[in-house]
Design a protein. Structure first.
Length: 479
C-alpha cells in the first residue's frame, strides 16, 4: 500500500472538524489571551500561509528522507531518473503528469551550491528542469524554452551563498530556502521511445560546486532530525508540521506580518504545537479557522481563473515576485496541483464540468471533446489531455493503461471527415473503430487537465492565460 501524505487529502481540514475538540490546542500559552474570534482568524491565515510549505515538506520527506518508504526516490543531491511515466499507483503528488518521464533531484544547499549539468538534447525533444524551493516558488528553468537544447552547466545556490559566477557556469539560480527540488521533465514520443529518453536522462548530472571546480569540499551541513510525514500525523497535528517546515524556510520581508501572527498562536520555527491546555472555545476556534481557510482556498481556485467553455484557465505558478505575498494564491496553486509550471512553460486548462456547467460523471454519461479542423492547441512543444479521478486527483486504473491523449499520438488517431478531431471520454470502450481516440474515464466523477507545453505566444495563443485568442472547446455529452 502506498503511503499517503497531505497531498492525498486535499480537504483534510474538513476531516479535522470531526475530530475531538479536546485534542487540539497550541503549545504557546500566549494564545490563551486571544479571543475565540481572534484565534479563528489567525488559524485561518496560518492554514492558508502554511499549506504549500507543509505539502512540500511532506513530499520532500517521502522522496528524499524516508529511505524505507514506498515513495522514496534518492537521498539529497542525487538524481533519481524514472524510466517510465506516472500511473495510478503513484500517489505522492496530486494531479501527476504522465506525459514526460520525470527525474527528481532534491537539493540540500546548506554546505555549498550544487552544479546541474544537462546534455545536448535533440531539437525535436522538449525537456525542462524546473527549480522549486520550500516556499513552492519556481525560481528558475533550464531546458528547451529557457536555455535551449544545448549542453551546459548551471549552478543552484542557497539563500546564504555569496560569490561570483564560477568559470564554466552558464547561469546561477538562487533558492529562497536551503532545501529545494529540481523536477526534470523529458518528452516521451511513444512507448518505443523510452530507450532514447533513458539516454537523455543518463546525461543529467549533479555535483557539489567544489567537485565541479576540483577543490576541497567544505564541512558538511549538520544532520537534521526530520519530523516523519504521514497523513494521520498531518491531519492530527497540522501546525506541528508547519513548525517543522518553517525551520527550513527563512522569513522574507513580506512575511513579517504573517510570521508575527503565527507567533501569537504559538506557531513558528523552534516551536512545537502539541495540542493541549486550551479552553474548548479556543480549540473550536482552531478547527473553524482551518475549515474556513480550506474553503477560502477552494473559492480562490474557482474564482481565480477564467471560465472558457467550461475550462478553468489561469496563471497560478511562478517565482517570489509573481506571488508577491499573496498567500491565498500560493495555497490555491499548491492545492490545484503542486509543482506546476509557470504559464509560459506550460499552461493548464482544467475542468470538472461540461460545456453547460454540469459536473462530469463517468458513471452517468459518455462525453466527447472535439477540436475543430486546424484548431488543435497551439504549442511549440506538445499538448495533452489527462484523465483523473474527480475526488483524489490521481490517475485512474483502466483496461488499456491509457491515462492521457497527447499530440504525439495524433498519427494513430482518426480524424472526422471535416478534419476535426474527437476524443471519446467514457468509462467503457467506444468500440474498436474509435478506441484510438478513447480517453478512459472513472466510473465516478471526472477531473480533466489539458497541458500545453511551451505554448505559443503569437496568435492563436492561450496566453495570456485565460485571455488568449485560442479557446479550448467545451466537453459535451455524447448523443
Amino acid at each position: 500500500m502506498k503511503t499517503k501524505t497531505i497531498l492525498t487529502s486535499l480537504s483534510f481540514a474538513l476531516a479535522l472538524t470531526t475530530a475531538r475538540a479536546a485534542d487540539l490546542t497550541p503549545a504557546d500559552s500566549s494564545a490563551v489571551a486571544l479571543t475565540k474570534e481572534e484565534t479563528k482568524a489567525i488559524a485561518e491565515e496560518a492554514f492558508i500561509y502554511g499549506l504549500p510549505i507543509v505539502m512540500n515538506y511532506a513530499v520532500m520527506h517521502e522522496y528524499a528522507v524516508d529511505k524505507g518508504g514506498p515513495q522514496f526516490k534518492a537521498p539529497f543531491n542525487q538524481i533519481k531518473n524514472e524510466a517510465r511515466v506516472f500511473t495510478y499507483e503513484d500517489t505522492a503528488i496530486i494531479t501527476p503528469n504522465s506525459d514526460t518521464p520525470y527525474s527528481f533531484l532534491w537539493l540540500d544547499l546548506r554546505a555549498e551550491p550544487i552544479v546541474l549539468s544537462v546534455p545536448a538534447v535533440e531539437k525535436e525533444r522538449y525537456y525542462a528542469v524546473m527549480l522549486c524551493d520550500g516556499n513552492t516558488y519556481n525560481y528558475g528553468y533550464i531546458g528547451s524554452r529557457a536555455t535551449g537544447n544545448e549542453a551546459g552547466d548551471y549552478m543552484v545556490a542557497g539563500p546564504d551563498w555569496k560569490g561570483e559566477k564560477p568559470a564554466g557556469i552558464k547561469k546561477v539560480f538562487t533558492s529562497t530556502t536551503p532545501f529545494s527540488v529540481a523536477g526534470y521533465r523529458t518528452q516521451l514520443f511513444n512507448a518505443e521511445d523510452m530507450p532514447n529518453v533513458v539516454k537523455v536522462q543518463a546525461g543529467y548530472k549533479a555535483q557539489p560546486l567544489s567537485a565541479f571546480l576540483k577543490q576541497p569540499a567544505p564541512s558538511a551541513a549538520p544532520k537534521i532530525d526530520f519530523l516523519p510525514a504521514t497523513t494521520a500525523g498531518i491531519q492530527a497535528n497540522y501546525f506541528q508540521y508547519l513548525d517543522a517546515a518553517l525551520q527550513l524556510v527563512p522569513p522574507a520581508p513580506e512575511e513579517k506580518d504573517i510570521r508575527a501572527k503565527l507567533a501569537k498562536i504559538g506557531i513558528g520555527p523552534g516551536k512545537t504545537f502539541d495540542f493541549k491546555n486550551l479552553s474548548a472555545d479556543q480549540k473550536d476556534a482552531f478547527l473553524l479557522g482551518m475549515k474556513s481557510g480550506d474553503e477560502q482556498v477552494d473559492k480562490f481556485l474557482a474564482s481565480g481563473v477564467k471560465n472558457v467553455n467550461g475550462w478553468n484557465i489561469g496563471s497560478f505558478f511562478g517565482d517570489r515576485v509573481f506571488f508577491d505575498g499573496n498567500w491565498l494564491k500560493r495555497a490555491a496553486a499548491a492545492k490545484g496541483g503542486l509543482y506546476g509550471n509557470d504559464a509560459v512553460e506550460a499552461t493548464y486548462p482544467f475542468t470538472r464540468v461540461d460545456a453547460t456547467g454540469e459536473k462530469l460523471d463517468g458513471s452517468k454519461h459518455n462525453y466527447t471533446l472535439t477540436f475543430p479542423a486546424g484548431q488543435l492547441p497551439p504549442v511549440n512543444a506538445f499538448w495533452s489531455v489527462t484523465m483523473y479521478d474527480g475526488k483524489s486527483q490521481f490517475l485512474i486504473k483502466n483496461p488499456i493503461n491509457r491515462y492521457l491523449i497527447n499530440s504525439p499520438m495524433l498519427p494513430n488517431m482518426k480524424k472526422n471527415a471535416d478534419g476535426s478531431l474527437t476524443l471519446y471520454i467514457q468509462k467503457d470502450s467506444p468500440g474498436a473503430d474509435k478506441e484510438a481516440n478513447w480517453l478512459p474515464a472513472p466510473n465516478d466523477t471526472i477531473y480533466l487537465v489539458m497541458r500545453l507545453y511551451w505554448p505559443k505566444t503569437k496568435a492563436p495563443s492561450i496566453l495570456p492565460a485565460g485571455e488568449g485568442t485560442w479557446k479550448p472547446p467545451g466537453i459535451v455529452k455524447a448523443k
